[in-house]
Design a protein around this ligand. Structure first.
Ligand code: ADP
Length: 446
């Protein structure tokens, strides 16, 4: 096992990683920006090193500063968490060059699954269902039109190197497609430094169902079943749950086994999530692979009993997975509400500032992952998520009731949060029934 790990992240996930390291007997080094200098979790690390000012590109996104801190602190490994540098093959490579273990996939595996066109090809070869569409990148307008005629409108143009919901265009007819291709290529080149775009069938009505996987350095890979993350706003997940409500288990298991196969075929070591859209007939189509630990990993931890963050560290240290697929079973139901410092009554305007009242729920089946304490100031520089309320119960219905109860206990003042929205959703009959689609929340909020 590692002696010392540097955490190249902030907020709740930095604290989550500190906790995993402590339980493994590993020392922790946290980096921080001046905007986070008073964050209480920094005191829980064995050492904290300031790497720059508030703007992320001068601190958390600055590879040379992070690597310098790692060298000063003499760490064996770096955990990137999610966001920031977590999906940058150049960062994984910089770690390798400095003989520091990157807690995540090799730059090769990350490149293979992080690039959408390359990932889709590997998926197809491994019988993972993908959207009908172009075989690889589209060269010109005529090729795009030919593909669209074959698969039928509407189609979506996507950037191979795209991410964060950017660089996508839906085309409902030939005229729009013709006028969009060149612009999409130029936009992709400008935004991602790679002009490759591809086309696939656009699904009007779908659920977001993703499969959590783990692969080790010894050629083993398993899946930890699925999460349904269909409750979204502007492509941002709001509520996640596991398992997905009323999903055909046989279909799901076939898809999940495919996801594990995809990791294996890519020599992937670490945690990964294979994301799918699922249509009304429960057909699955792969969206992309996230080559890191995800925000919503706790719901899977609660239903499987597997500590995903600890596993990511254990795998990077070279240990084989301590279980096989047949050892993993689902127990009960889990749900997560993302608590954001935003005002749902004001168009989700960010609501940073000092929190004077912070009373978090507790009791049976309740887990709160947060770095916030009373008196904490939410800096305006970063993502607005300030915590995750996660509950576990025997059934989905009990889980919904438990979440309602927990949300009622939650007191936050004076900043605004998404708690009132979650309270409302727990009483929403469509959500309680289960199986809402990815556009449901936006329709509801209109
Ligand atoms: P990114 O990496 O930018 O997040 P994704 O491929 O994951 O890109 O797509 C982002 C979102 O766009 C998806 O969550 C989904 O809501 C929508 N989307 C992407 N592809 C399709 C498609 N073929 N049909 C319908 N919606 C899609």
């Amino acid at each position: 096992m590692f002696k010392r790990v540097l955490i190249a992240n902030r907020g709740e996930i930095a604290l989550r990683i500190i906790r995993a390291c402590k339980e493994l007997g590993v020392e922790t080094v946290c980096v921080y920006s001046t905007a986070d200098k008073d964050a209480p979790y920094l005191r829980m690390a064995d050492r904290a090193i300031c790497i720059g000012p508030g703007p992320a590109r001068e601190s958390y996104l600055n590879i040379s500063r992070v690597i310098s801190a790692a060298e000063i602190a003499d760490v064996d490994a770096i955990h990137p968490g999610y966001g920031f540098l977590s999906e940058r093959p150049d960062f994984s490579e910089a770690c390798r060059d400095c003989k520091i273990e990157f807690i995540g996939p090799s730059p090769e595996a990350m490149g293979k699954l992080g690039d959408k066109v390359a990932c889709k090809n590997t998926a197809k070869a491994n019988k993972v269902p993908v959207f009908p569409g172009s075989d690889g990148a589209i060269e010109d307008e005529e090729e795009a039109v030919a593909v669209a005629i074959k698969i039928g409108y509407p189609v979506i143009i996507k950037a191979s190197a795209g991410g964060g919901g950017r660089g996508m265009r839906v085309c409902r007819n030939e005229a729009t497609l013709r006028s969009s291709i060149k612009a999409a290529q130029q936009e992709a080149q400008a935004a991602f430094g790679n002009g490759a775009v591809f086309i696939e069938k656009f699904l009007e009505h779908a659920r977001h169902v993703e499969v959590q996987c783990l692969g080790d350095k010894h050629g083993n890979a398993v899946h930890l079943f699925e999460r349904d993350c269909s409750m979204q706003r502007r492509h941002q997940k709001v509520i996640e749950e596991a398992p997905g409500p009323s999903i055909d288990r046989r279909k799901l298991e076939k898809v999940a086994e495919g996801a594990a196969r995809l990791l294996k075929a890519s020599n992937y070591a670490g945690a990964a999530t294979v994301e799918f859209l699922m249509d009304d007939h429960q057909n699955f189509y792969m969206l992309e692979v996230n080559t890191r630990v995800q925000v919503e990993h706790p719901v899977t931890e609660l239903i499987t009993g597997v500590d995903i963050v600890k596993m990511s560290i254990v795998i990077a240290a070279g240990e084989p997975l301590p279980f096989r697929q047949k050892d993993i079973a689902i127990r009960g139901h889990a749900m997560e509400c993302r608590i954001n410092a935003e005002d749902p009554a004001q168009g989700f305007r960010p609501s940073p500032g000092r929190i004077t009242t912070w009373e978090v729920p507790g009791g049976p089946g309740v887990r709160m992952d947060t770095h916030v304490v009373p008196g904490y100031s939410v800096p305006p520089n970063y993502d607005s998520m300030i915590g995750k309320l996660i509950v576990h119960a025997d059934t989905r219905e009990q889980c919904l009731d438990r979440m309602s109860r927990a949300l009622d206990e939650f007191r936050v003042d004076p900043i605004k949060t998404t708690i009132p929205l979650h309270r409302r959703l727990m009483q929403n009959s469509d959500f309680r029934k289960g199986g809402v689609d990815i556009h449901y929340l936006e329709r509801l909020l209109k």
